[in-house]
Write a protein that binds this ligand. Structure first.
Ligand SMILES: [Zn+2]
Length: 746
């Protein structure tokens, strides 16, 4: 049988990179394609699950059929200058099926009679909202009534001082940029009375399809207010406050939703969501409540620089929505800090964010701030968005996802992301972001197929699709969650965990011992140890036979450890032991006073079909901040050992590529995102370097036949082969993005 290495050596794929695409495709007809190999080990393809029953689209809520969303975010000056017909024509030409139109709450875009709903100063009695809504409806587009409940003006404050968010000294919290605006408190009657009054007024005047609040609830961090109501609540940023906050958000959400439905039953309310792994309200509860997840994740900033920022959001949505609708906002404007909100963003960055939206299972949503600026001053974003959206409209059937194909679950510890302060040695909010980026990067480089699994959704039914669960420093876990993980391992599942995982309960109360200690066979040996000079090393203890975790580690007796660790008590036959950290400078003293200990750096266990691996150190974050290849290899080796290298889909080829595989209505879709650019982890993409051939293989469910494999971006079919139920084909070249759409039949 031809090995992959020999296959590549024939030059039929890689050697043909310079040929026109058609020539490469012809060349592919010749050689047999074989199961991929990497790092010297076999990958075992496991069959995809039986296909889901067909969906009756007419029985689904209307928003599930929305595939493109458009928004020109209206400014106060727009009513004076915006050409309503031109605005509506653009979004119609871009195939948007629904547009956001501002009602607002800060400035009324219609002749509102609600007290303190100040008319924009260029409105002059005009019904701007109504004209826009009519223009959209005339073209067959639905309308979202967009409100902003987060800020209001001095006259409202004078009449209702209780509406304001307050500092600890009792003073009013104002907008940082416009001090005439005060911040409204979500626990006050502003939200109980003022927002419903606007909603009811809109329902009485217009035919809108749903309501949305911008700017509320807050994302990524929790409010800190000391008004009369809030001063009776638990302190902000505590688990108790997070629960009260979620209760209030969902209570208002239900009430607003009921108001939306007073006019028509298929209307609904939704609000700002997103914040990826941090979120705002508890995402498990939010997912059960909402009908539209509005991922307000508009673009990369220096605070969230990783290139996969939008895909990360999509993976979070998939963990909590159970197939409900999610749209992710792509800022076509410069969404950075500092940001130029009325100028276009790099075209490649706009496209990449839209690509990630689709690849990760969300619906694309294009956004520009200001009609005056977006249709007059800077029009460059328009063809970028329209061309891309127009392309997507040709392939809606293949681009609509039904179920992710993955066999690894990464536990999304939202509580840890929001509330855990970091270990005692490295306090800070970046700590868990860096941990998240570390495991994310490792999974992409290993081409693993993975999902997030929310901490509150660890039930056996949901976990059964996963061969392994990864817990990258999930510090906060309740006893009940630990029991679910215990049951998962008893049932044959595998686990990887690191560092402070399970050392805090759901109230952020530290535990004396790891709650998952019995599952992993570990006991705590001391408090967190950080780094002052050389971090600790992991000594290879030469097991009787080479262990798969050590594959590729020749010619060394030790490996890097991590920046921080929680010391463990000794175990029998440790594979790696800790060599404690020591002086880094001066070099005269850069040697370990103690070169061998019995403190384990990793603890491995086999439990029947399942395996567990515990790392004493924070290797995911240490990998992210150093790029250390040994830490990457150790994570890859561990994940491969835990899963016995089983994969539901395998894509092999050069480059940093993010892969998603979905079951779709027509068959399957393999999405490949090319991240090969100097701008991958900083700033915006100027351009993406094309990559060579990517070899795709997956094992079909019994009885499923493949009719065709089509590359939706390249716009052509590729040959495929099915042997022993395994489908194989090659994407000859990968530009920015490709979707291999597999059509199946019986
Ligand atoms: Zn308050």
């Amino acid at each position: 049988m031809l090995s992959r290495r020999n296959f590549l050596k024939t030059g039929l794929i890689t050697g043909a990179a310079g040929l026109p695409l058609a020539s490469q495709l012809n060349a592919l007809d010749a050689p047999p394609m074989v199961a991929a190999q990497e790092h010297g080990g076999e990958v075992t393809l496991v069959p995809l699950p039986p296909r889901m029953a067909p969906v009756d689209a007419s029985a689904e809520p209307w928003q599930k059929r929305v595939r493109r969303v458009g928004q020109t975010n209206m400014t106060e000056h727009d009513p004076a200058v915006m050409n309503v017909e031109e605005w509506a024509d653009y979004w119609h030409s871009a195939k948007a099926e629904i547009v956001f139109i501002s009602v607002t709450g800060i400035l009324a875009y219609y002749p509102s009679k609600v007290p303190f709903h100040r008319h924009g100063k260029y409105l002059n009695g005009r019904d701007f909202f109504g004209e826009c809504a009519n223009a959209a409806k005339k073209r067959g587009m639905r309308v979202v009534a967009r409100m902003s409940p987060d800020l209001n003006w001095g006259d409202a404050l004078a009449a209702h001082p209780e509406w304001a968010m307050r500092h600890a000294d009792g003073s009013v919290q104002h907008s940082g940029e416009e001090p005439r605006l005060f911040k409204t408190c979500m626990f006050t009657s502003y939200m109980d009375d003022y927002v419903p009054a606007i909603m009811r007024e809109i329902n009485s005047l217009y035919d809108v399809d749903c309501f949305y609040t911008n700017g509320w609830p807050p994302l990524g961090s929790l409010p800190d207010c000391h008004c009369a109501v809030c001063s009776k609540l638990p302190a902000s940023s505590t688990p108790a406050y997070w629960r009260v906050f979620t209760d209030r958000v969902l209570d208002l959400w239900h009430r607003y939703d009921a108001i939306a439905k007073e006019k028509k039953q298929d209307s609904f309310f939704f609000a700002n969501s997103g914040g990826n792994v941090r979120g705002g309200p508890n995402l498990d509860r939010l997912g059960k409540t909402l009908e539209w997840f509005q991922a307000d994740n508009q673009g990369r900033t220096q605070f969230e620089p990783a290139i996969w920022g939008c895909s990360l959001q999509g993976r979070v949505c998939n963990a909590v929505l159970d197939g409900k609708f999610a749209a992710n906002v792509t800022a076509a404007y410069a969404s950075s800090f500092p940001g130029w909100r009325n100028a276009s963003k790099n075209p490649a960055e706009i496209r990449m964010w839209l690509d990630q939206t689709l690849a990760s299972g969300m619906v694309p949503y294009l956004h520009f701030v200001g009609a005056e600026k977006g249709f007059d001053e800077d029009r460059r974003w328009q063809p970028v968005g329209r061309d891309w959206l127009d392309w997507s409209a040709k392939h809606d059937a293949h681009l609509t996802t039904r179920r992710s194909i993955a066999n690894i679950g990464v536990v999304l510890g939202q509580g840890t992301q929001l509330l855990y302060p970091g270990p005692a040695t490295v306090r800070g909010r970046n700590y868990m972001r860096e941990t998240t980026d570390g495991i994310y990067d490792a999974l992409l480089r290993g081409r693993f197929a993975w999902d997030y699994v929310h901490e509150d959704r660890l039930d056996a039914e949901r976990l059964k699709k996963y061969r392994a669960l990864l817990l990258p420093n999930i510090a906060i876990l309740s006893d009940a969650q630990c029991e679910q993980l215990r049951a998962y391992v008893r049932g044959g599942g595998s686990l990887m965990a690191s560092f402070e995982t399970s050392l805090y309960d759901e109230n952020l109360k530290p535990r004396d011992e790891f709650a998952l200690g019995d599952v992993f066979g570990i006991r705590k040996g001391g408090d967190v140890v950080g780094t002052n000079g050389n971090p600790y090393y992991a000594r290879i203890e030469h097991p009787p036979s080479p262990h798969p975790l050590l594959a590729g580690f020749g010619d060394t007796n030790w490996l890097p450890g991590a920046e921080n660790r929680v010391p463990l008590r000794p175990v029998d036959d440790p594979l790696l032991t800790v060599v404690p950290g020591f002086v880094r400078y001066p070099p005269e003293l850069a040697y370990p006073p103690v070169s061998q200990t019995d403190e384990p750096a990793v603890v491995l266990r086999e439990n029947g079909a399942g395996r567990t691996a515990w790392f004493a150190g924070d290797l995911e974050r240490s990998y992210w901040i150093t790029g250390n290849g040994d830490l990457l290899r150790l994570m890859h080796n561990t994940i491969r050992w835990l899963t016995r290298d089983e994969r539901p889909v395998h894509v092999e080829g050069p480059g940093l590529v993010e892969m998603f595989c979905w079951e779709t209505g027509p068959g399957y879709a393999v999405h490949l995102l090319n991240y090969n650019t100097p701008d991958a982890q900083h700033g915006w993409v100027q351009s993406i370097e094309p990559l060579g051939a990517q070899h795709v293989s997956l094992k079909l469910p019994a009885g499923v036949r493949v009719r065709s494999v089509e590359l939706l971006r390249a716009g052509q079919s590729v040959p495929h082969e099915v042997e022993g139920g395994v489908l194989r084909f090659t994407v000859p070249a990968l530009d920015e993005y490709e979707v291999a759409a597999i059509t199946v039949g019986e």
